[in-house]
Design a protein around this ligand. Structure first.
Ligand SMILES: [Zn+2]
Length: 235
């Protein structure tokens, strides 16, 4: 199979017709006359070369930032509901676009896929991890919306700090209106009552949400129970 007359290098636009080797003399990028996607031609499907690689870093970086944002909201009672509409819309749109993009790339790779590197060598899988980035981030992001593992994980990280604060407030019977960091939560308010100690982490439609420490541990079977004596609660 020979090169079309107008074939040009993908990187530097050098005219490739009539060369003795399959390497661009200008920039050293390799090409394969049998694979249209390894050089530019007028043929419409030279466009495929854009899809024959894993997703670019910028897509992965945006997906990563969105996932971290979602996890930070999903792990904090009262915060997720507040930002939920915006967060889910943004992430849903971005991730479905990224997933579609990913499927096209996978399909192109599976049907046409082989890469030629700059020096004409077959692709050896540099940056191969990028193929896994988007599916893994989508899995993390969607599981954080569908299950409560982020709140359980973040609570677990903060539990000993929250527990010593709770015991102190039970002993003194005092409340606290000054926001403060306890563990990895920013606690807006601490309300001590006959039931126990309520740590406010956010609010939703006028209801305060957060963690309730109940020394008598009244409902050991409820799904809201995060740990012995600790409940996700709203007031
Ligand atoms: Zn070139």
């Amino acid at each position: 199979m020979s090169l079309p007359d107008e074939a040009k290098c993908l990187d530097c636009d050098y005219a490739l017709r009539g060369l003795l080797s399959n390497v661009c003399p200008e920039c050293g990028r390799g090409f394969d006359p049998a694979v249209r996607s390894t050089y530019k031609s007028r043929h419409w499907y030279h466009m495929w070369h854009l899809w024959e690689s894993p997703q670019p870093m910028r897509t992965i970086v945006v997906a990563f930032v969105l996932t971290v944002m979602l996890l930070s909201l999903a792990s904090c009672p009262g915060q997720f509901s507040l930002g939920a509409a915006l967060a889910i819309t943004t992430c849903g749109f971005f991730f479905s676009t990224a997933m579609l993009d990913y499927l096209v790339r996978t399909l192109v790779y599976a049907t046409r896929g082989r890469y030629i590197t700059r020096h004409g060598q077959p692709y050896r899988g540099a940056g191969r991890w990028r193929w896994y980035a988007i599916p893994v981030l989508i899995l993390i992001a969607s599981s954080s919306v569908l299950t409560d593992w982020p709140v359980r994980l973040r609570f677990w990280m903060s539990r000993s700090a929250l527990e010593s604060a709770a015991r102190m407030h039970v002993a003194t019977g005092t409340s606290m209106t000054q926001p403060q960091w306890i563990g990895v939560y920013r606690i807006e308010e601490i309300v001590t009552s006959a039931d126990g100690v309520f740590f406010v982490t956010g609010s939703w439609f006028g209801d305060q949400e957060g963690f309730m420490y109940r020394p008598d541990d009244p409902e050991p079977a409820t799904p809201n129970r995060l740990a012995p004596k600790w409940y996700c609660d709203q007031h």
